[in-house]
Design a protein around this ligand. Structure first.
Ligand SMILES: CC(C)(COP(=O)(O)OP(=O)(O)OC[C@H]1O[C@@H](n2cnc3c(N)ncnc32)[C@H](O)[C@@H]1OP(=O)(O)O)[C@@H](O)C(=O)NCCC(=O)NCCS
Length: 301
C-alpha cells in the first residue's frame, strides 16, 4: 500500500517540484522554478500567505496556497488555489488542503475567498461552498508562425524596453490601467515598494523584452513579458485611459511578441476575463487561440 501524502508548509527548495506539478495541471500557465521560489518566499507579511504542499515520500503531489489580497482597499478579500497531480486525485488530498487553507484564512480575518477552477474542479469547489459565474479565458500563440503586421507607431509616441525606464513611470501606468481591469475587488491599493519587489523585480519578468509606449515623460501603454524557458506569459498589458482606443495595446504587444520570438521564445500565453472586450479584441487580432477557460468562484467565510 502506498503511504499517505503528508500536507506541510512549502519551502523554497520545493520550488522545482511545485513548478512541475503546476505545469502538469495547468500547462497553459507559464511559471518557472525561479518564479515559484519567489512566490513561496517573497510575500508581504500583511498578505498572511500560506503555501502548502502534499508530500508523498519525498514526491510533491500537490501544491496549494492562500492569502489576503493586499492590493485592494476592500478588507478581507482573499485568494486560494489548489493543484493536485492528476495521478493522486480522489484520495482526499484536495479536501485536506482546502480545509487547512480555509481554516488559516478564517484565522487571519478573511471574509471572502476568490478561486479559479478548471471545469472538472467545479463540483469540488461547489461542494466547498464556492459559487459564481466569472470566466477567465487562457489563450496561446505559436511565435514561430506568422504574426499580424506591426502597426505604425503614432506620432509623439516612442517605444522603449522597460529595462530603460524609471520603475516609478511604469508603476504609475500599471496602477492607473489596473483600476479598469475586470475583477471582484478593485486593484486600488498597490504599495510601491511591494510592487517593486513582487512585480518589477520578479525573476520571471524580462524587462528587456517588455515594452512601453512613451508619450513624452508619461508611459501611455505597456506590456510585461514573463518567461520560463522558451515560453512566455503576458503579465499585464495596460493603456492609460487618455490613450485608449488608439491602437497602443496592439502596438506594444506586437513589438514584445516579435522581440520574444527573436530571443528564441516559441510560444506565448495569456489570460483574459470574459468581460474584458478590448483585451480580448487585441489578443484575437494577434492570433491567440483559446486553450482553456477557468471559472472564477467566490466563497463567503
Ligand atoms: C485592454 C487595454 C489594454 C486596451 O488598450 P488600448 O490601447 O485601448 O487597445 P487598442 O487600441 O490597441 O485596441 C483595442 C481594441 O479593442 C476594441 N474594443 C474597444 N472596446 C471594446 C469592447 N467594449 N468590446 C470589444 N472590443 C472593444 C477596439 O475596437 C480595438 O480593436 P480594433 O482595433 O480591432 O477595433 C486597455 O483597455 C486597458 O488598459 N484596460 C485596463 C487594464 C486591462 O484590463 N488590461 C488587460 C489585463 S488582461
Amino acid at each position: 500500500m502506498t503511504t499517505r501524502a503528508v500536507v506541510r508548509l512549502a519551502v523554497a527548495d520545493d520550488a522545482e517540484a511545485v513548478a512541475t506539478v503546476r505545469a502538469i495541471v495547468a500547462p497553459y500557465k507559464v511559471m518557472s522554478a525561479a518564479a515559484t521560489r519567489h512566490l513561496i518566499t517573497v510575500q508581504s507579511p500583511k498578505e498572511r500567505f500560506l503555501p502548502l504542499v502534499a508530500d508523498r515520500e519525498g514526491e510533491i503531489v500537490a501544491w496549494a496556497s492562500a492569502g489576503i489580497n493586499v492590493w485592494t482597499s476592500q478588507p478581507g478579500q482573499a485568494h486560494l488555489s489548489i493543484y493536485v497531480h492528476p495521478d493522486h486525485r480522489k484520495q482526499g488530498i484536495g479536501s485536506e488542503l482546502a480545509e487547512r487553507l480555509h481554516q488559516h484564512l478564517t484565522e487571519v480575518g478573511a471574509v471572502r475567498v476568490r478561486s479559479f477552477v478548471q471545469p472538472d474542479g467545479l463540483e469540488f469547489a461547489r461542494n466547498l461552498g464556492y459559487d459564481g459565474t466569472r470566466q477567465m479565458h487562457f489563450a496561446g500563440l505559436d511565435l514561430t508562425a506568422h504574426l499580424p503586421e506591426q502597426p505604425e507607431t503614432p506620432a509623439g509616441i516612442e517605444l522603449v524596453a522597460l529595462d530603460s525606464v524609471d520603475p516609478r513611470t511604469a508603476y504609475t501606468a500599471d496602477t492607473i490601467a489596473s483600476l479598469d481591469e475586470p475583477s471582484d475587488s478593485p486593484l486600488d491599493s498597490v504599495d510601491y515598494d511591494q510592487w517593486l519587489e513582487e512585480v518589477w523585480n520578479s525573476p520571471s519578468v524580462d524587462r528587456s523584452l517588455s515594452v512601453g509606449a512613451m508619450a513624452g515623460e508619461e508611459m501611455a501603454a505597456f506590456t510585461v513579458v514573463e518567461t520560463a524557458g522558451d515560453r512566455m506569459w503576458s503579465g499585464m498589458t495596460g493603456t492609460v485611459p487618455a490613450y485608449r482606443g488608439t491602437g497602443l495595446a496592439k502596438l506594444v504587444k506586437s513589438v514584445a511578441l516579435r522581440r520574444a520570438a527573436a530571443a528564441g521564445i516559441t510560444s506565448a500565453y495569456t489570460s483574459n476575463d470574459d468581460e474584458n472586450g478590448p483585451m480580448l479584441a487585441v489578443n484575437n487580432w494577434l492570433g491567440y487561440r483559446r486553450v482553456q477557460t477557468e471559472l472564477g468562484l467566490l466563497k463567503t467565510l
